[in-house]
Write a protein that binds this ligand. Sequence first.
Ligand SMILES: Nc1ncnc2c1ncn2[C@@H]1O[C@H](COP(=O)(O)OP(=O)(O)OP(=O)(O)O)[C@@H](O)[C@H]1O
Length: 340
Amino acid sequence: MPADTPVISCKNVWKIFGPDPKGFLKSMPAGMTFDEIRAAGYIAGVKDVSIDVHKGEMLVIMGLSGSGKSTLVRCFSRLHDITGGTISVEGQDIMSLAEKDLIELRRSKMGMVFQSFGLLPHRSVLENIAFPLEMRGQDKHTRRERALEVVKLVGLEGREDYFPRELSGGQQQRVGIARSLAIEPDIWFLDEPFSALDPLIRKEMQNEFLRLQKLLNKTIVFITHDFDEALRLADRIAIMKDGAVEQCDTPDRIVQHPATDYVRKFTEDVDKARVVHAGVLALANETGEGTPVDASATVHDMARMLVNDARDMIPVMQNEIIIGAMPRKDALDILLGSET
Ligand SMILES: Nc1ncnc2c1ncn2[C@@H]1O[C@H](COP(=O)(O)OP(=O)(O)OP(=O)(O)O)[C@@H](O)[C@H]1O
């Protein structure tokens, strides 16, 4: 497989629910809206979605309840058979796979974490984490070694012998995360994993999750209905409405250039200074002068410097290399604009 082949590639994917979805899609006039489809007695769970997920990327699928997030992600692992279009995983068309190859693909490459933790109540933390390895027929010693490794990774050392009921919600979700990591999946699906947690714990788990991802560099599809969570975690966000993707882009671009009025509504209350980074403000053909800022610094991180500095163009550095210079005025506009 060439290095630039997307891990997941979906082209013009439809998932229609109703009595004869394939027949309906074939005879359906082009450009039918979600409501027109519904009036015809069908639900467009996924409506003509084309999207790629790249290696090591965290793609967040964001949308309100019923917008099609779970349906789309179920299509990625063929938990749903799609009605139209194509989906490839690592270059292989998953609709053409025999049932046993599909099961093997899910088992060997895909991990899943759900909102409802799904822990086995009568098994300890360690036994819960080792459970998928037991299903794979691994021996007791290997299972235990691997489970102890991931317990460390998610910060649950010392709680190996606890039962789920003895853990807080955040700790239970750590077990859920550890269990899905035990099998070393290349592709990780997370369906609202933190939405049952209270806001403080949720934020802590998001930070923890970012730390883990830095370490593991998995290909991740993360579902949420929380725009702030999407902005914090995503490399790219796909915003869904009525089964379709309204916009798929980096957090910076979404808040700065919302593609539709629907997307703009989500961005209205966002503090853009906390989202926009120096890297995206840098103009590649400029060099600036003086001490550079790091490309990953947000406008908010740079606030004090932006106000006190006299330079017009500030050099921006990524991995020790100057990638361009940022007009201080552009950053200041975002800083001051987000305060009004
Ligand atoms: N098995 C099914 N049969 C019929 N309609 C379905 C089925 N599964 C999902 N739908 C419909 O498809 C649409 C998308 O549902 P989906 O569960 O993907 O939304 P979601 O964005 O994940 O919502 P939530 O955030 O509430 O989980 C909804 O209108 C839903 O009612």
